[in-house]
Design a protein around this ligand. Sequence first.
Ligand SMILES: Cc1cc2nc3c(=O)[nH]c(=O)nc-3n(C[C@H](O)[C@H](O)[C@H](O)COP(=O)(O)O)c2cc1C
Length: 368
Amino acid sequence: MPLLQDAITLRGLVCPNRIFMAPLTRQRAKAPGDIPGELQAEHYAQRAGFGAIITEATQISPEGKGYPNTPGIYSDEQIAGWRLVTDRVRAAGGRMFLQLWHVGRVSHVAHQPDGQPPVAPVAVRSKGFVVIRHPDGRRERVEASMPRALETAEMPRLIEDFGHAARCAKAAGFDGVEVHAANSYLINQFLSGSLNTRDDAWGGALENRMRLLMNVVDAAGEVFGYARVGVRLSPMGSVNDLPPAPDDEELMRRVAGELGARRLAYLHLFNHFWGKERWNGPFSEALCREMRARFDGPVVLNGYGTDVAAAQSDLDCGLGDAVAFGKLAISNPDLPARLARGLPLAPWDDATFYGDDARGYNDYPSAT
Ligand SMILES: Cc1cc2nc3c(=O)[nH]c(=O)nc-3n(C[C@H](O)[C@H](O)[C@H](O)COP(=O)(O)O)c2cc1C
């Protein structure tokens, strides 16, 4: 069975170890324009030793935004900013996937073009919270705004927005993209049997609910080739007020099969159920194994906190092929080297998860 330190090949892309950097929103892009730059280039370059880096969630369009200072991937300025990042990471020997993001109804009119309502599969408000930023710079958690349902005629435009973003990601020098279909954002909202009660071809029946994800994956695949497209799911997760539905398990099995048929770079599974609950909760070990069998390609697991031993044990048990670490990647820029040498791991400070500058971002020292 592979060790976390062993190399892995994702459909031809060689990664020197199986310790990936999980996508981490840090809200430090430059405003106006949501543009990444030197700050992000330094941050990701410090982490070039990870088997692969998955960037913070990056909105595909102004409409896809739900938080302050998250970067986008649709304008020339953003492409130029991301190019600084990919150049630095590549020079340091790393590989990067950009996470393509549309928040759907998990947004606020303050983030939307012309103060319009956010878009969603149906006009049902999330009881979850979002963050807005006041002119004086203060951040505030507020209720999500009432969304409007996307028109059937708008769906090709939405898919084209993803295609455009994938082309921008390619122009910015990324090795591939990860489609964010987890954590109750737009694609997850369309997948949901509890929320997506649309009566057109994009909702209701299970295959209709899968249509947006598959179209987005196809749009990204046209740009990068399927071998450079990953997908992130959070099976059975219900954050941001997305209640469970009776066919959630069947949905996950079907999605894994459809994605597997496309021979994607990887399937990334964020297990929302921590600690002892990890494989005994709604996302069961049996479901994980079935998804892995149906996908029949590289599976990246996530959701271990500081429990590196559990991550290795899950690779030993054949539940996945690689592990993405989130919070540990924040505070340990050289995590793969530390694990290889058995060095102690640094704790993270959640007070600086989101912020404006290098503090709590680029000042965690390397131990190697
Ligand atoms: C500060 C922070 C930002 C996050 N941003 C994202 C994100 O942009 N996209 C995403 O899919 N998950 C995001 N997550 C979830 C992480 O990728 C990961 O799933 C979670 O932290 C659990 O992994 P861990 O136990 O290794 O930290 C975020 C988590 C944290 C703590």
